[in-house]
Design a protein around this ligand. Structure first.
Ligand SMILES: [Zn+2]
Length: 119
């Protein structure tokens, strides 16, 4: 991969990381507000449902954050864009769609099939 492409992916990953961190900060502030305010039971139930939705979103974000951190490490190690399963190049097109991709398209399908079979 060319170094300007690598820099480009690095800035995309850093932006994405920042966006997730900002998002989680807002999430925490909302939780504090809900806890501290005097609201009736119906509101509380609604807030609870909302919080459950929020926490599942932030769990997904947390996973994405881990993948982004790993991708940034790989940029520093000079192995970014290499599939973790077959050691082939992942491909610029796929990385543009998903900059923190760990696997090439072929391996991704194998991993997805395996995780479905286990359920
Ligand atoms: Zn692969």
């Amino acid at each position: 991969m060319r170094s300007n492409e690598l820099e480009n992916f690095k800035s995309i990953l850093l932006d994405r990381k920042q966006a997730i961190l900002d998002n989680n900060l807002i999430h925490k502030q909302t939780m504090e507000y809900t806890k501290n305010s005097n609201i009736n039971e119906a509101d509380l139930a609604a807030a609870h449902t909302r919080n459950m939705l929020d926490s599942s979103i932030s769990k997904r974000h947390y996973l994405e954050l881990e993948h982004i951190e790993r991708a940034l490490e790989k940029i520093d190690e000079g192995i970014y864009g290499i599939c973790e399963m077959c050691d082939e190049a992942i491909g610029i097109g796929r990385l543009k769609a998903k900059p923190h991709a760990k696997y090439c398209i072929v391996c991704r399908q194998i991993v997805e099939k395996d995780s479905k079979d286990q359920k």
